[in-house]
Design a protein. Structure first.
Length: 354
């Protein structure tokens, strides 16, 4: 028996089973353009891996929760994260804490924000017979994102997105997710600065999922208070480092001295600390001349001065993602899909308090 199936054929087999509930060998052979023996071998391999149930003349989707193991971990969960260096390690620690308590094993892989690698790594985990469920954070900013979401939603094992969620207009049947509500985090930062008397509030953030959501919250909060976001300073991170090809620091200083900028939200922490350092070197006072709120709170407390920060509950998001997956593993499809948002927390410090 072959060790694996061609990825495309396996996905088509699993998608057919998920959409119809059961399939016949002759129907699949005609649809896939392969021989009857090839389909039988494919179905036998998928059945051996616990992904489907064999029936006379065909197969059906696995609908019940997997049985608990008696000779090892109760469940084995595959996890694919885009970064194993920043932000996501804390999420992974939260996942592992709940997995350890439940007697589950985590198999971790990285994908480096690459949608092709996402698909490859997730596919490799799905193909492993011992994998009972998945926790994944795929790249959803590329044109193939809808295809990725449909594929994940159709897999015959439970999947929980972590720090990711589909667009609100995208139909989802079984896919679950737990994510930080970064839009609310952006709003919280603005509300804090407005309460300190600021009306000129700019933002510098990443162009990743988190940064875009924080910026959306920033815009919404400003508009709610009658402030035009288009009149505020906005830019991408990486522009305050000394080795940046194009520096935004001069623009910040000019606006501060003209009185058209009094506060900045900066994501992530390293850029916020770089900005604070350069401000002090240029003779600007923090927070008297410029208030700063960092976003992430991994190292913000070590800034000079200590930086106010918005802290996503990364470990809690990981814990909840694992709890949601365990709920589905225990109850099977009787468990209603859960889609949760966790609000980040404001941590006030010297950089924004007058």
């Amino acid at each position: 028996m072959p060790e694996d199936l061609p990825i495309g054929r396996r996905e088509r087999l699993l998608a057919a089973l998920r959409s119809r509930g059961s399939v016949r060998v002759r129907e699949l052979a005609a649809e896939l353009g392969v021989s009857l023996p090839t389909v039988r071998r494919d179905l036998a391999l998928l059945a051996d891996r616990g992904l489907i149930s064999r029936e006379h003349g065909g197969a059906s989707a696995r609908t019940s929760a997997p049985e608990r193991r008696t000779d090892g971990p109760r469940w084995v969960v595959g996890m694919v994260l885009p970064s194993l260096h920043y932000y996501f390690p804390t999420v992974a620690q939260g996942v592992k804490a709940v997995a350890d308590a439940a007697g589950a094993k985590i198999v971790l892989r990285g994908s480096d924000y690459d949608p092709v690698v996402d698909r490859e790594q997730i596919g490799l985990l799905v193909a492993r017979s011992e994998i009972d469920g998945l926790i994944v954070a795929p790249e959803l900013r590329h044109p193939q994102a809808p295809e990725m979401l449909r594929w994940l939603d159709a897999l015959p094992l439970p999947v929980v997105l972590v720090e990711r969620q589909p667009p609100s207009d995208f139909f989802i049947e079984q896919l679950q997710w737990v994510a930080s509500d970064h839009r609310r985090g952006g709003e919280t930062a603005v509300e804090h600065l407005l309460a300190q008397g600021h009306r000129r509030v700019g933002i510098f953030g990443t162009d990743n999922v988190t940064g875009m959501q924080v910026a959306d919250g920033w815009r919404q909060a400003l508009r709610r208070h009658g402030i035009d976001p288009d009149e505020q300073l906005m830019g991408r991170t990486g522009l305050f480092q000394r080795d940046a090809r194009i520096s935004a620091f001069g623009d910040v200083v000019e606006r501060v001295r003209k009185g058209t900028l009094t506060a900045l939200i900066v994501q992530p922490d390293p850029d916020a600390i770089a900005l604070a350092q350069r401000c002090l070197e240029a003779g600007l006072r923090i927070p008297e001349d410029l208030a700063i709120v960092a976003y992430d709170d991994e190292i913000a407390s070590m800034g000079d001065p200590a930086l106010t920060a918005i802290r996503p509950a990364k470990a809690q998001v990981g814990r909840l993602a694992m709890e949601v997956l365990l709920h589905r593993l225990r109850l099977g499809h009787d468990a209603a899909p859960q889609q949760l948002l966790v609000r980040p927390q404001l941590i006030p410090r010297q950089s924004s308090l007058g």
